[in-house]
Design a protein around this ligand. Structure first.
Ligand code: PEP
Ligand code: MN
Length: 368
């Protein structure tokens, strides 16, 4: 075979363009080291040690039949990693092609599951997170928790720190809101999901919540993502308003690479030219994310449409697209909601959404 001729304009941007045309290997340095099924613990530890010494971080994944080790990082010693092919217990060494190393299926083909109390995201269980946009009062949050739980939701949502487009809009009850969420958790037994906006807030919010939510506006707040990588609780990461799937997964990679593997991806609509809906639900993102990432994926039909009447059909679409769950806004009296009233469902409307969803779940081998 003759030499491969690469057009000079492709060489100008070696990492991006070459990857686009399939020349992954030149730009890639993170590798997957597959151990033989009979490899010993000592051999695995030896390979991990070598990986560290070359300036990479080893991420062992212990499968049922064998261990694979991701050598991930900005080290520049691909040849040394490749040479591990000759180390005892090693079966093969191959490059990870995608820029998202740890959250991609190349390194970890099997789906990840994330446990939140009794609930397991990424399993046959379809997990519904529901509640108001903002926590407003004890009565509001407790009544909503009871209603959504009775309808089949297992996790309560409610914002205490609100990222609002206008500085004059309600900004959330802050710690008082967290306390009310904790009370609702106590009285109903439901687990809780609430947003955290800054790295400094993580410690406090983590004390009250079961899932730490990153809002769309903060998807690329890298300081926040890094801090959440040190948190002990699962993170629900919302897709940015105009983020590509690759950017979305790179944000998830920030969290996982800092040590927290528990990331739930949330498709919540993206900004397009359309003005009749608040956002455009990128429903194809759901099966695509499932193809290329092992992380659980949930859909937010409330923010994706901004319109109450569209929540039920989009919730069913999410099931059909293979989502692992939903996050839905529900309010005792949406007309008087302090935020996002137009997309919030009444208790009765939420019950109808759940009725619809339940009919579709068996088709996808899922259940509540
Ligand atoms: C929310 O969940 O209330 C919220 C602010 O969502 P997003 O970040 O997706 O806009
Ligand atoms: Mn909202």
């Amino acid at each position: 075979m003759g030499p491969v001729i690469i057009e000079s304009n492709l060489l100008e941007k070696p990492t991006s363009r070459l990857q686009d045309v399939g020349f992954f290997v030149l730009g890639a340095s993170s590798m997957i080291i597959s151990m033989k099924p009979e490899a010993t613990t000592e051999q695995i530890e030896h390979v991990c040690e070598k990986i560290r010494s070359y300036g990479y971080i080893p991420h062992p994944i212990y499968g049922e039949t064998r261990t694979v080790i991701g050598a991930v990082g900005s080290g520049n010693n691909r040849a040394a990693l490749q040479a591990l092919e000759g180390a005892p217990g090693v079966e093969s060494v191959v490059a990870i092609r995608q820029p998202f190393k740890l959250v991609g299926r190349e390194l970890k083909p099997q789906k990840s599951t994330i446990r939140v109390g009794e609930v397991v995201l990424g399993s046959h269980q379809f997990v519904v997170i529901a509640g108001p946009c903002s926590v407003e009062s004890r009565e509001q949050i407790v009544a909503t928790a009871r209603a959504v739980r009775a309808a089949g939701a297992t996790i309560l949502r409610g914002g205490a720190y609100k990222p609002r487009t206008s500085p004059y809009d309600f900004q959330g009850l802050e710690e008082e809101g967290l306390k009310l969420l904790a009370e609702a958790r106590e009285t109903t037994g439901m687990r809780v999901c609430t947003e955290v906006m800054t790295p400094e807030q993580v410690e406090l919010v983590e004390r009250y919540t079961d899932i730490l939510q990153v809002g769309a506006r903060n998807m690329q707040n890298f300081a926040l993502l890094k801090r959440l990588g040190k948190a002990a609780k699962p993170v629900l990461l919302k897709r940015g308003l105009s983020a590509t799937i690759k950017e979305f997964l790179m944000s998830a990679e920030y969290i996982v690479s800092q040590g927290n593997p528990q990331v739930i991806l949330c498709e919540r609509g993206i900004r397009t030219f359309e003005t009749m809906t608040r956002n455009t639900l990128d429903i194809a993102a759901v099966p695509l994310l499932n193809e290329i990432s092992h992380l659980p994926v949930v859909v937010d039909p409330s923010h994706a449409t901004g319109k109450r009447s569209l929540v039920a059909p989009m919730a069913k679409a999410a099931v059909a697209a293979g989502a692992d769950g939903l996050i839905v806004e529900v309010h005792p009296n949406p007309e008087e909601a302090w935020s996002d009233g137009a997309q919030s469902l009444t208790f009765q409307e939420f019950e109808l959404v759940m009725e619809g969803v339940k009919k579709y779940l068996p088709l996808e081998q899922k259940h509540l």
